[in-house]
Write a protein of this length. Structure first.
Length: 352
């Protein structure tokens, strides 16, 4: 997760999408009180359930209060009630890596202010309105090895469709047939969406979450208000349903103010005419003809820090159960050591 914004300037942005939930800090605890809630722990309406791996641990929603016991009949010498056991202390949002960099660069206080004032685990009303106006977004995915892909999506306003405060869907159109993003989602459901309004508000919105691929015939009966497009090439092959885990602002300070080009020849959705699709703009087809075939690519490294097993963690081959068992034991041993050392950040090394 990359919160690449300046928290102070984000708060002051003209069209800020700041959360409507106030930040609460706990009073100074006494010896009977539980642990103080950190400044970034944002209260949510009662009954809302955190979504996703970050939200389960990050303290975005308070733990529900236990149901009160019925009053006991008075007795001459009532026994004192024991103090309630303190609940688990919330864990700061974000990854281990960003926390380490915050400490290294001295930005922990600024980061906590951003977590507390600008991050939600759902889409508030202004975010939902903002999404409904956008005609494009940038999509980040990664496969099960952590190999990343960044893509661009565009369509009529509302093609990124808000179902509710925790759910988005968008259609996958015909495209070039490669389906890199869909392939990554099949292996690794985590994705990141970045929407930027270059024309009016000059502000951005990050939405991170978990995705699944859904057939139109399955999704549309449950949501008949889904957009339906008759333009060839702009009919949904499938939909991607996103469960929102994080939503936060991208500040305006470096977003250029663009103007819409005058209407000219309409874009040809669904065409296979290479000239209309952009031709050989970067000269790659010409190079392939000169080589006499596709480029030879070196084998990809599958030993990625932080993806499986942390720095230097080797990903065993899929057909070697003994190696996977040994790998799992190493990860479990690492988790036990971290717990023994009192580290409160949840262990995420196994599946990223």
């Amino acid at each position: 997760m990359n919160h690449d914004v300046d928290a102070t300037e984000a708060v002051d942005a003209t069209m800020t999408l700041r959360t409507v939930h106030p930040v609460h800090t706990a009073p100074v605890p006494d010896h009977h009180a539980g642990p103080a809630r950190p400044a970034w722990a944002v209260d949510e309406p009662e009954g809302t359930a955190p979504a996703g791996r970050h939200r389960q641990a990050a303290g975005f929603a308070p733990s529900p209060a236990p149901a009160p016991f019925p009053a006991a009949a008075p007795s001459p010498d009532p026994a004192p009630s024991p103090d309630p056991a303190p609940g688990p202390e919330p864990v700061r949002p974000g990854s281990d890596g960003e926390h380490a960099m915050q400490q290294r660069l001295g930005t922990t206080e600024r980061a906590d202010r951003f977590y507390g004032e600008q991050m939600l685990d759902h889409l508030n009303e202004r975010m939902r309105e903002f999404i409904g106006r956008q005609e494009m977004f940038f999509l980040a995915t990664a496969d099960r090895h952590g190999e990343c892909d960044n893509s661009f999506r565009a369509g009529p306003p509302g093609f990124l469709h808000v179902i509710d405060e925790r759910t988005l869907v968008y259609p996958e159109y015909r495209g070039n047939g490669v389906h890199a993003s869909l392939g990554n989602i099949q292996e690794n459901p985590h994705l990141g969406i970045l929407l930027i309004d270059f024309f009016q508000a000059r502000i951005g919105l990050h939405v991170n979450g978990r995705a699944e691929i859904v057939e139109d015939a399955e999704l549309r009966p449950a949501h008949p208000d889904l957009p339906s497009d008759s333009v060839p090439g702009r009919r949904a092959l499938v939909w991607v349903r996103v469960t929102v885990e994080e939503a936060y602002i991208h500040c305006a300070k470096h977003i250029p103010h663009l103007q819409r080009a005058p209407k000219g020849t309409p874009r040809d959705w669904g065409t296979d005419d290479q000239r209309r699709k952009g031709g050989d703009f970067f000269g790659t087809a010409r190079e392939a003809r000169r080589r006499g075939g596709p480029a030879v690519r070196p084998p990809r490294e599958r030993d990625h820090a932080g993806v499986h097993g942390g720095p230097g963690g080797h990903v065993p081959p899929s057909d070697d159960p003994a190696a996977w068992r040994a790998h799992a034991e190493q990860l479990l041993d690492k988790a036990r050591r971290r717990r023994a050392e009192g580290e409160r950040t949840p262990f995420r090394g196994w599946f990223g």
